[in-house]
Design a protein around this ligand. Structure first.
Ligand SMILES: C[S@@+](CC[C@H](N)C(=O)[O-])C[C@H]1O[C@@H](n2cnc3c(N)ncnc32)[C@H](O)[C@@H]1O
Length: 213
């Protein structure tokens, strides 16, 4: 695939960050589809350099977070908030890596919140209704988790805000009997049509919030 401009810029910058390989696994780049989304969806492209608040659910080592701070959240008052449970075998290490990576940016520009979605949302004033301009959901990848996450974060999205859901379409080589698609389609089905506009429905789902009840 030909590299987009943002992808090329990111490849030039990524070397300054730390991304680890765990066991026999190479360092995971789960941000590739996310960067493609930013490049290809005009609605998002227009936001680059404007002032906005961004939340990512599922941070891992903050690869997408650093991409956002480097190339998208470039307005001095734009902010990144990342949420992750970091509770796996390498969770502590991944949290430390994420903190060091984001630490290359001024500390007032980003915040990490450690905790399990959706329970973590009840514990911090950061998670208020109608707060965020863009929310990226890339946490639990089982249908019920994705459904739960989308329901919660939708409340935190401003009117005209954008929701991005990763792995809306399964990766070809990734088998799960209850994929993200199933959970998120159930949510889409019960939303009134006027409430949202779909901008992209591929590996990632991109939806604009038109209003709320
Ligand atoms: C695919 S990785 C995220 C990759 C990251 N968005 C990027 O672009 O590099 C998924 C992350 O979601 C986190 N996660 C999974 N379920 C979660 C939950 N219920 N609450 C919070 N974090 C969760 C995992 O700990 C993991 O770090």
């Amino acid at each position: 695939m030909a590299h987009s401009l943002l992808e090329t810029l990111w490849q030039g910058r990524a070397a300054q960050y730390e991304f680890r390989a765990y066991g026999s696994q190479p360092a995971a780049d789960w941000g590739v589809d996310f960067r493609e989304t930013w490049n290809s969806v005009q609605h998002l492209h227009k936001m680059i350099g404007t002032k906005f608040l961004f939340m990512e659910l599922g941070v891992y080592e903050a690869r997408s977070g650093c991409f956002m701070l480097d190339f998208v959240l470039t307005h001095p008052e734009s902010r990144y908030v990342g949420v992750d449970k970091w509770d796996g075998e390498h969770g502590e290490e991944q949290y430390a890596v994420a903190t060091r990576n984001l630490g290359k940016h001024a500390k007032e520009r980003w915040k990490l919140v450690k905790g399990m979605s959706p329970r973590v949302f009840f514990n911090s004033k950061l998670f208020q209704p109608f707060t965020y301009d863009v929310i990226y959901v890339d946490g639990g990848h089982v249908a019920a988790q994705a459904l739960r996450d989308v329901v919660f974060v939708w409340e935190m999205l401003k009117k005209h805000g954008v929701l991005i859901v990763d792995d809306y379409e399964n990766r070809d080589n990734w088998v799960c009997s209850q994929p993200v698609t199933q959970g998120v389609n159930n949510w889409l089905r019960v939303q009134p049509d006027w409430m949202y506009t779909v901008l992209k429905k591929k590996k990632q789902l991109v939806v604009v919030k038109n209003g709320e009840f």
